[in-house]
Design a binder for this molecule. Structure first.
Ligand code: ADP
Length: 194
């Protein structure tokens, strides 16, 4: 096993259902596990969707939480992102998965929602470094655990930033983002180009 694969295994260390196991490995079928999947989702990509689809098998409830970051350069408003994701969840019929936006710190939002776990996605070693720092900080300040899901190989290079750039140049993104998001993105790019 390469160092690359080993470090993912050390960092993730979770390949079994959280629905059926307590941290010590004891069965806990009656515990309702609620996870939040926070991010910018500007826009949501097939990589994000892959993480959501895997996450819904691990948790009883999964809330896709669209951050209202005032810092990031945004293409879609938080309301637009929530509407697009909501439309997608309806199309895909994903029980137990919902979407909403939130302000402020992720850990404070997690506490308000009484979330057990923060879910995050990983693509590469670059993600691991940043995400581990974030997860350790969140655990230190709020005692909340983060669970990582490794994306499928075909989405390892997909990022919202890249999608926004390709869209602004009129490129074909149909394999990288869900169909409905592609349509919204096309309209948005056209309106921005005038
Ligand atoms: P943030 O600004 O919080 O990083 P993003 O929307 O960029 O928000 O990402 C949200 C989460 O999804 C992060 O954990 C990120 O690593 C993960 N993510 C982004 N793109 C992908 C992808 N292609 N595959 C798997 N996870 C991804």
């Amino acid at each position: 096993m390469s160092i690359y694969h080993l470090s993912f295994r050390v960092c993730i260390g979770l390949e079994m259902s959280l629905k059926s196991l307590e941290p010590n490995g004891v069965a806990m079928s009656d515990k309702h596990v609620r996870a939040i999947f926070p991010g910018s989702f500007d826009p949501l990509t097939n990589g994000h969707l892959d993480v959501i689809e895997r996450g819904m098998k691990l948790f009883d409830e999964l809330i896709v939480a669209v951050g209202r970051s005032p810092i990031k350069n945004q293409l879609f408003t938080p309301e637009e992102r929530v509407a697009m994701i909501s439309e997608l969840l309806e199309q895909k019929n994903m029980p137990g998965v919902s979407v909403e936006s939130f302000d402020g710190l992720t850990v404070e939002y997690a506490a308000r929602k009484k979330a057990d776990v923060i879910l995050r996605g990983l693509r590469s070693l670059t993600d691991v470094q940043y995400e581990c720092q974030l997860a350790m900080t969140n655990r230190a300040v709020a005692g909340i655990e983060t669970v990582f899901i490794m994306t499928s190989e075909q989405y390892g290079f997909t990022s919202s930033t890249l999608i926004r750039e390709v869209a602004s140049l009129g490129g074909d993104l149909s394999n990288l983002i869900p169909r409905n998001i592609f349509e919204h993105l096309k309209r948005k790019s056209e309106s921005l180009r005038g």
